[in-house]
Design a protein around this ligand. Structure first.
Ligand code: F6R
Length: 612
């Protein structure tokens, strides 16, 4: 949520900041702003409600602002509606300090009252302005921005990634982090900060990830890091190895479509690098066989689509391991006094590796003594760094807010974990292991086949894009997959949609089915195909328009009841959702396209949810 960028160099800062913000816009896009300090020690702050293009117009692409050092922000509103005043950067009352912030200051009311009592007048409704004015308050004591920052950090409670410039020191800016992502990039005669590496990858691949409690002082030629005790520290540099083009649209109309199309390759990269001689090999895991045998219970903890991967995982891991697996929403888990102890393995799933609820759940489970194994896409992210074990999904940068390729790579990795553990425990018979492996090796190819013929899906989208209410129904793995299909549709097309376990419909929800209600009937879970069909017949009898999903093998049978059917190749049962989800992603994409929605940046959402 919210994107931050900062630059100190020798070129005009404003165009560089705007370019960085464009790449961070997926993190929040209700308003944006930049602050640049010029050599004459003047702070120029420009901000605008709406998309970054508005800001860019306002400052003529950055040309109307001079100065070689500045900070920028793209906002996802928490405190105060999205408008020009609440947009960042916030400027202190004395006009000397400008601040961009990602996160939430929890004790901002108390701090604002304190500052009001000292005569400060607030312009905005934001928690960030409190940080800005408090900095100005302490700066006024001895004109030392660095010590003022530490005094502020001792008083604020909550989460922050901060970028701070001060008119009196035009050659440097400050950065601080706690519970919100922030990295420093080292360029040639220029240094940067950013919420995520996409903002600066075109300038440098040499980065340092800041840790909680750390502060950085950045000039064009130097970066100095300090710990929470104000002591200088050395930090380890990381080299970003992915290609700049991975974060470009590459000819596609939307990142989402590009990322859907990238799934075969992403799955190939994630899975095949961990298969040797037809066996799953996790060289990247620290846990050993004895540990796996000692685990009493597995928890899977995540949010949103990552949670949906966990729901598939619960079915598949219990089947392969014959151990109890509980899948939990991270936001619920952390406050539920969970029954976790040293004998539990907690699998944390997160694309961004920065989701605050997931992070908090991880810390809770870790404090209770569990071993934390995370499945994460963003290398070096907070969740990855705080876990005992990490398995990276090699999906590459995912820019569209609605996840697709990260979901698919998480799913394949969780299934592989099931195979790996099942093999150790002896609960997955050899024959079954081999048959899953054979299909795993064919999965990317089958995905490619699926993606090469999407005309029917486009046609179904044009048949149904005007519906206002949609139910995704299915049993077992189809139900788990329906959760994701339904979320995809609602988040990008704004159509009300729900996923239901088919058998549960008759216990209440079937009363909502009337003439013309769209029901997407998922019939790819072979063991319960007949049962699923009887539920399809029930909704049809009540007037539902049915769009079905079936495997090639069951197509003819499905066609006897439903005219419009999306088809996927057959694979091993546990892997079937990896294929089934693809038409659901495409259906949502084309429905949203026909409804004229902003597909990559749906309203009210942001890619990385770093607030509670
Ligand atoms: C939906 C979506 C979200 C995320 C959720 C968790 O398309 O992307 O539901 O899955 O916000 O995010 P991560 O995986 O980054 O922890």
């Amino acid at each position: 949520m919210c994107g931050i960028v900062g630059y100190a160099g020798r070129e005009a800062a404003a165009p560089i900041l705007l370019d960085g913000l464009e790449r961070l816009e997926y993190r929040g896009y209700d308003s944006a702003g930049i602050a640049v300090v010029s050599g004459s020690r003047a702070l120029q702050v420009k901000k605008s409600k709406g998309r970054l293009s508005e800001l860019s117009r306002l400052v003529d692409g950055g040309k109307s602002i001079d100065g070689v050092l500045g900070i920028g922000h793209t906002r996802w509103a928490t405190h105060g509606e999205p408008n020009d005043v609440n947009a960042h950067p916030h400027l202190s009352q004395d006009g000397k300090i400008a601040v961009v912030h990602n996160g939430i200051i929890e004790n901002y009311v108390e701090l604002r009252d304190f500052l009001c009592s000292k005569g400060y007048v607030f312009q905005s409704e934001t928690d960030t302005e409190v940080v800005t004015q408090l900095l100005a308050y302490y700066y006024a004591e001895d004109n030392d921005a660095f010590s003022a920052l530490y005094k502020v950090l001792h008083r604020v409670e909550g989460a922050y990634a901060l970028g701070i410039i001060c008119a009196d020191c035009p050659e440097k800016f400050l950065a601080a982090r706690k519970d919100a992502p922030l990295l420093v990039g080292f360029g040639e005669g220029a240094n940067f900060i950013a919420s995520d590496v996409t903002a600066i990858i075109k300038h440098t691949r040499d980065v340092v990830y800041m840790e909680d409690g750390e502060v950085a002082v950045i000039t064009a030629d130097s970066v100095d890091f300090f710990d929470a005790m104000e002591e200088p520290i050395e930090k380890e540099h990381k080299t970003i190895d992915w290609d700049v083009s991975a974060a470009e649209k590459g000819g596609y109309a939307h990142f989402m479509l590009k990322e859907i199309m990238e799934q075969p390759e992403a799955v190939r990269k994630t899975a095949f690098s961990r298969i040797r001689d037809n066996r799953v090999c996790f060289d990247d895991l620290k846990i050993d066989e004895a540990y796996v045998k000692s685990v009493s219970k597995i928890y899977i903890v995540a949010c949103g689509s990552s949670y949906h991967v966990g729901v598939v995982g619960k079915y598949n891991l219990e089947r392969m391991l014959r151990k109890p697996v509980e899948v939990c929403l991270a936001s619920e888990f952390r406050y539920s006094n969970p029954l976790v102890d040293e004998s539990c393995l907690v699998i944390v799933i997160s694309q961004s590796g920065e989701t605050l609820d997931t992070m908090a759940a991880l810390r809770e489970a870790k404090a209770l003594g569990a071993h934390i194994l995370s499945i994460v896409n963003v290398v070096g992210s907070s969740i990855a760094r705080e876990s005992h074990d990490v398995l990276y999904t090699w999906a590459g940068p995912e820019i569209a807010v609605a996840t697709t390729k990260a979901y698919s790579t998480q799913l394949v990795l969780l299934n592989m974990l099931g195979m790996y553990f099942g093999d150790i425990l002896g609960t997955l018979p050899g024959e079954e292991y081999e048959s899953i492996m054979a299909e795993l090796l064919l999965l990317p190819e089958k995905m490619e086949r699926l993606l090469s013929n999407i005309e029917d899906i486009k046609r179904f989208a044009s048949d149904y894009f005007n519906h206002n209410s949609v139910f995704f129904i299915g049993r077992n793995l189809d139900y788990a997959m329906g959760l994701e299909g339904s979320l995809k549709l609602k988040e990008i097309s704004y159509i009300h949609s729900e996923a239901y376990a088919s058998g549960e419909l008759k216990h209440g929800t079937i009363s909502l089915i009337e003439n013309g209600t769209l029901v997407v009937a998922l019939g790819t879970y072979a063991p319960l195909f007949d049962k699923a069909m009887s539920n399809v017949v029930e909704v049809k009898a009540r007037g539902a328009d049915v769009l079905a999903l079936a495997t090639e093998k069951n197509l003819a049978e499905m066609k006897k009841t439903v005219e419009n059917v999306m088809v996927v190749p057959e694979t091993h049962t546990v892997l079937q959702p990896s294929l089934g989800v693809v038409p659901l992603q495409l259906f949502s994409y084309y429905v949203a396209l026909l409804r004229g929605c902003d597909i990559d940046k749906p309203r009210n959402l942001a890619k990385s949810v770093t607030v509670e």
